[in-house]
Design a binder for this molecule. Structure first.
Ligand code: SF4
Length: 417
């Protein structure tokens, strides 16, 4: 099994570092059934590692160090790494394409978050963006391809982009049986969410790919589709989907931090939060279905005031639902976020963050304060406050389900879902 092949390149943009020819990307071509185009290959750096694979040159990838330890052993993955090469770069991050038979998950845990009816789609496994608080690696730690890529390149998860091979035809395959739609019942109006692992509108090529995937779903099912992005380019997705499907599309932008500078400090490569809010308002003004995603909400000097500000920014009355979540402790999310805040010059915010997240009790207090503030502002029928609970906190949160608390984690009795 190969990780990438010479014939399955993805978009290669962003790097101005030159290189000799690498035999994986030729001139402009297209992945069959996909909008993602292949561009120039001359952005690949021919720095071969011990196994003869091409790795990004240290100086060619801003902010990356090729000596970063990923901690994952490629050998254990049992994957043939012979052709492990980035097929290009997006925003300076190397892009890998991995084989897959699935882009649609019909039993996704995201159903418990009420974002969908246990249906999710994803065309990628590692995002174009790099958020300090991103927890996706915790979902993919056992994935053999991710382990192989990280082990081989010694890059961190946030330093790579992983795309899935031929996502559009794969999706069509999953939605049909012998050429006929499998899920076309007129009463099957379930909500499918994209994406649980990557941003769906990070670049224009990904916008086109997302549109293609949506069109396949819209044609072959009667499902609704909920999309989430940290890029104003999501507006372009909406504009490319024919008007007849407008009632089945729901759009949201992730906007946990309303301060533009602070957003830039903890999210790398994303669209300015002000532009996301602007795009949200444009969609609302044009009659699109929208929802809010205030995630992650960092500790605030005045959480009540922040909840009011957030509701105003999202235009609460025009959002069908609003999800809110604090920053959860996963992998090194806490330390990375604090560090990013300090590096960005937001020292008082970093101090507040450190103080509010030092112990389990501090984190619980931060969660409860955030919930109570947002529950004051957002009606219970719209609020979905995502909260991981344990056996000690289950009772408190269970009593707040009527006000919008959504309980998550192993401590939640299955019957409660
Ligand atoms: S946009 Fe989402 S998936 Fe992408 S890096 Fe940020 S948190 Fe992770």
């Amino acid at each position: 099994m190969k990780l990438t092949s010479a014939s399955t390149p993805l978009n290669a943009v962003g790097s101005n570092h030159i290189v000799q020819t690498v035999n994986i990307v030729q001139n402009k071509e297209q992945i069959p059934g996909s909008a993602v185009e292949i561009k120039s290959a001359d952005s690949l750096s021919p720095i071969a590692n011990a196994r003869g694979n091409f790795l990004p040159a240290k100086q060619s990838v801003e902010g990356l160090t090729a000596d970063n330890q990923s901690g994952c052993g490629a050998g254990e993955a049992g994957v043939d790494l012979e052709n492990l090469k980035p097929v290009g770069f997006i925003n300076g991050k190397p892009v890998f394409v991995v084989p897959t038979t699935t882009v649609l998950n019909t039993k996704s845990g995201f159903g418990h978050k009420l974002l969908c009816d246990f249906l999710t789609i994803t065309a990628g496994s590692a995002c174009v963006f790099s958020c300090a608080f991103c927890y996706v690696i915790t979902l993919l730690q056992k994935n053999k391809y991710i382990k192989a890529i990280l082990g081989e390149t010694r890059l961190n998860f946030s330093d790579i982009i992983v795309r899935r091979e031929y996502p559009v035809p794969r999706l069509r395959e999953q939605l049909t049986s012998r050429g006929k739609p499998k899920f076309k019942h007129p009463c099957d109006n379930r909500v499918c969410y994209g994406s649980p692992l990557v941003d769906v509108a990070a670049t224009m090529d990904l916008v086109k790919e997302t549109v293609e995937m949506c069109l396949v779903i819209l044609e072959l099912t009667n499902w609704q589709i909920r999309l989430l992005s940290k890029s104003p380019l999501l507006l372009q997705v909406a504009e490319r989907i024919p008007a007849e499907f407008k009632p089945r599309m729901i759009y949201g932008f992730s906007t946990g931090t309303l301060d533009v500078g602070m957003g830039n400090a903890i999210e790398k490569g994303t669209g300015l939060v002000s532009k996301r809010i602007e795009a949200l308002h444009t969609l609302q003004d044009r009659g699109y279905r929208t929802y809010g995603m205030a995630c992650p909400v960092l500790p605030q000097p005045d959480m009540k005031q922040y909840a009011v500000q957030m509701a105003q920014a999202l235009r609460l009355d025009k959002c069908e639902d609003v999800w809110v979540e604090i920053l959860n402790s996963r992998d090194d999310s806490m330390a990375a976020t604090e560090k990013a805040l300090r590096k960005g010059g937001f020292c008082s915010q970093a101090d507040l963050f450190a103080e509010a997240t030092r112990t389990a009790k501090d984190r619980e207090d931060y969660a409860r304060e955030t919930f109570l503030a947002f529950a004051e502002v957002i009606p219970a029928k719209k609020l979905h406050f995502l909260q991981y609970v344990n056996k000690n906190t289950l009772r408190w949160w269970s009593k707040r389900k009527q006000r919008g608390a959504v309980l998550l984690g192993k401590a939640v009795p299955q019957a409660a879902y």
